[in-house]
Design a protein around this ligand. Structure first.
Ligand SMILES: [Fe+2]
Length: 146
């Protein structure tokens, strides 16, 4: 039986832009919902709905970051976008191709990937992006929507 680990939101995950930190907090909450579903052994359709919610929110959030990077000519945007693409591809593949009886193994693989990716990406590419940009625009996503 695999072990599923939630993510506790800690200050080292903050990037210093309140709107982004709020979105990342929600992403972590949605990940923890996946963990809870896996632990409770909920039915496959319910579990898939929870994963689909996380997937949709992640795409929404990443699109906003990417629009901002374009607008501000962020120099490391290609690498950052590639990391987002990796996330989207792995989650889509893990959702798509396992039969129901492989669901538990699939959710364990997915949870492990998500946990490592979210922690690494927020502390790595996202922190670099918002360290670079904070002084340029104190509210990046509002600027991106102009
Ligand atoms: Fe990002």
């Amino acid at each position: 039986m695999p072990t599923f680990h939630p993510i506790a939101w800690t200050r080292d995950l903050e990037v210093g832009v309140p709107e982004i930190d709020d979105e990342h907090t929600l992403l972590v909450t949605l990940y923890n919902d996946v963990v809870r579903a896996a632990r409770q052994g909920v039915s496959c359709p319910t579990r898939d709905g929870i994963v689909r919610t996380l997937q949709a929110y992640a795409v929404f959030h990443m699109d906003r970051e990417e629009a901002w990077m374009i607008r501000h000519a962020y120099p490391d945007a290609a690498h950052h976008r590639a990391r987002h693409a990796e996330f989207k591809a792995v989650v889509a593949a893990l959702r798509a191709d396992a039969p129901d009886d492989a669901g538990h193994a699939r959710i364990a693989t997915l949870a492990g990937f998500l946990r490592a990716w979210i922690l690494d990406h927020i502390r790595g590419e996202d922190r670099a992006l918002f360290d670079w940009s904070r002084d340029d625009c104190p509210n990046p996503l509002a600027c991106a929507a102009e």
